[in-house]
Write a protein that binds this ligand. Structure first.
Ligand SMILES: NC(=O)c1ccc[n+]([C@@H]2O[C@H](COP(=O)([O-])OP(=O)(O)OC[C@H]3O[C@@H](n4cnc5c(N)ncnc54)[C@H](O)[C@@H]3O)[C@@H](O)[C@H]2O)c1
Length: 258
């Protein structure tokens, strides 16, 4: 099949909805095979069915994965490697946000956010490289956030975890370069994008007011669409970005230009 990522084999975490699902759709439409991993198994099974219907059987596969669990990473990557005939792209997308200020946040909540957002990237890169070595050139794409570069007063665990993803992406890039692997690693930093992650705020303020409140913080004047991020994933997954590693893509409607 022709396409900008024809022949690529992408493992995607948090693929049941939101940015992960949008990236999976984009990569499959551009010729990649996709392994969809999530704790929401029904969600990834449904999306895999949809993509196989649209692009042919054997395009998409669904796997249960809690990204905080090393044994599950080992099993899911092996199964995905067997199913797709390799792994050449890793999209570390699964992530959570748990509000709560510095003085109110329970240590357990802090640890949960750090584990889902940061342990995931460490474990994914560590165990995927075994397969990606055999499928070069490859690309590791980590979804950080603009909140990993710019802090706010009320989300310390999210700020700290996404900042960790930012520098960990560079560390992975340098590890691969040092070992002469044609495997790149970069981070993506979105601002507010229209996905279910915004639902708690929508429930609190109502959809219109919530989105207007977020939009007021963005120079371009509105929140982003999932495809705004999926297009960046497509670029980083493809060989069009073959000279880009250890870098960050800010898709923030101009926030960090201020
Ligand atoms: N949407 C935004 O405004 C925005 C902005 C900046 C960064 N991000 C980041 O983008 C990524 C995707 O966000 P989204 O908006 O699509 O969120 P979402 O809540 O819509 O989807 C997240 C997905 O991750 C899965 N997931 C959660 N915990 C998991 C775990 N332990 N193991 C495996 N899967 C798990 C969920 O089941 C869900 O399918 C996250 O890392 C998020 O922090 C989102």
């Amino acid at each position: 099949m022709a396409g900008r990522v024809a022949g690529k084999k992408a493992f995607i975490t948090g693929a049941a909805q939101g940015l992960g699902a949008a990236a999976a759709k984009k990569l499959a439409a551009e010729g990649a095979k996709v392994a969809l991993a999530d704790i929401n198994v029904k969600g990834v099974e449904a999306l895999a069915g949809e993509l196989n219907k649209a692009h042919g059987a054997g395009t998409a596969f669904a796997f249960a994965l809690d990204v905080t669990q090393e044994d599950q990473w080992i099993a899911a990557l092996k199964a995905a490697n067997d199913a797709m005939g390799g792994v050449s792209v890793l999209l570390n997308n699964a992530g959570i946000s748990r509000g709560g200020g510095l003085e109110d946040m329970a240590l357990d909540t802090w640890r949960t956010v750090m584990s889902v957002n940061v342990d995931s990237v460490f474990l994914g890169a560590k165990h995927a490289l075994k397969y990606m070595r055999d499928n070069q050139p490859g690309s590791i794409i980590n979804i950080s956030s603009i909140a990993g570069l710019i802090a706010s007063h009320n989300n310390p665990s999210y700020n700290a975890s996404k900042a960790a993803v930012w520098l960990l992406s560079k560390s992975i890039a340098l590890h691969c370069a040092k070992h002469k692997l044609a495997i790149r690693s970069n981070s993506i930093h979105p601002t507010f994008i229209d996905t279910p992650i915004l639902d708690p705020l929508r429930q609190m303020l109502g959809k219109e007011e919530a989105e207007a409140k977020l939009a007021r913080q963005i120079p371009i004047g509105h929140i982003g669409e999932p495809d705004d991020i999926a297009n960046a994933v497509l670029y980083l997954a493809s060989d069009e970005s073959k000279f880009m590693t250890g870098a960050e893509l800010r898709l923030d409607g101009g926030i960090s230009a201020m």
